[in-house]
Design a protein around this ligand. Structure first.
Ligand code: B1M
Length: 224
């Protein structure tokens, strides 16, 4: 019974079905959404960890893979993230009390001089959906601010986003400062103007053209 409930919940996240009142997606109109199903699962005694691992992460993972394959688009990911957020509201007390184990901490921001945050926010959503605690530093983040966040979150991995050819150069300063002060920190970079060649040149550990690639890399190379 609870397995069926978790499967339904995963579908709600993947399809972006937030709650019963939500008219989206039209073919699920009137049905329970991520909000109601998460509450139901917890009330039935399903552990918060199972809700996260066996439903929410599965649903976000599915949409992330489809997005990487160009089978769905930005609005689909945003709706999935909205459903995920509704579900996470019920899990928050358990997360805050440490009852739900996260895969690690991910510090992310758009680099200095750059105000673009739509792609970076998608990465945040997919990482959170993948079971990571996300520390979002926002936009126009200096190398020193990234470093302070890494020092405040021991063991954290870092994500840098840039959308401008003029600001991607600031990634190199950030990677060098972090690697110099906290050796061993894994740094993933992404953003439209980037290439694997550039990422390798500046000493980043990985480049990903999309959020799912960043999650996959960190799950394999850093996750607890
Ligand atoms: Co700007 N802008 N913009 N802009 N803007 C671009 C990027 C541009 C390509 C437009 C153009 O000229 N054709 C161009 C850059 C040229 C270049 O350098 N090569 C440009 C410019 C020039 C500028 C200004 C300089 C314009 C001006 O003022 N003269 C200015 C700069 C401001 C600044 O940052 N200092 C500027 C301003 C703005 C707005 C504020 C108006 C707005 C940003 C709003 C916001 O983000 N809140 C804006 C927008 C919206 C765009 C476009 C239209 C869309 C960007 C976007 O959100 N894409 C863009 C043109 C375009 O791309 N069509 C453009 C959707 C988003 C989902 O994709 O961010 O690539 P993206 O993220 C992807 C991947 O790259 C990846 O995952 C995401 C999902 O797949 N990804 C990661 C991103 N980060 C990642 C990190 C990872 C992994 C994957 O790991 C850590």
């Amino acid at each position: 019974m609870s397995e069926e409930l978790l499967q339904q919940l995963a579908v709600c996240v993947e399809r972006g079905k937030v709650n019963q009142a939500s008219p989206y997606p039209p073919d699920m109109k009137g049905q329970d959404g991520a909000d109601e199903l998460t509450r139901k699962a917890l009330d039935q005694g399903v552990s918060p960890n199972d809700v996260l691992e066996k439903a929410l992460i599965i649903g976000m993972g599915n949409i992330g893979k489809k997005f990487s394959a160009n089978q769905v688009f930005v609005p689909d990911v945003l709706m999935a993230a909205k459903a995920m957020t509704a579900a996470m509201g019920h899990l928050k007390p358990f997360l805050d009390s440490g009852q739900v184990k996260t895969r690690g901490t991910f510090v992310i921001g758009t680099v200095q001089g750059d105000l673009h945050d739509i792609g970076k926010n998608l990465v945040c959503m997919v990482m959170e959906g993948g079971g990571w605690k996300v520390v979002d530093l926002g936009v126009d983040v200096s190398p020193e601010k990234f470093l302070a966040a890494v020092q405040a979150n021991p063991g954290a991995a870092v994500g840098l986003s840039a959308l401008l050819t003029t600001t991607m150069v600031n990634m190199e300063k950030t990677v060098k400062l972090i690697k110099g002060e906290v050796p061993g920190t894994k740094v993933v970079v992404g953003g439209a103007p980037l290439t694997q060649e550039f990422a390798t040149k500046i000493g980043a550990d990985a480049y990903s053209p999309d959020p799912q690639g960043a999650l996959d890399y960190l799950n394999i190379n850093v996750a607890a």
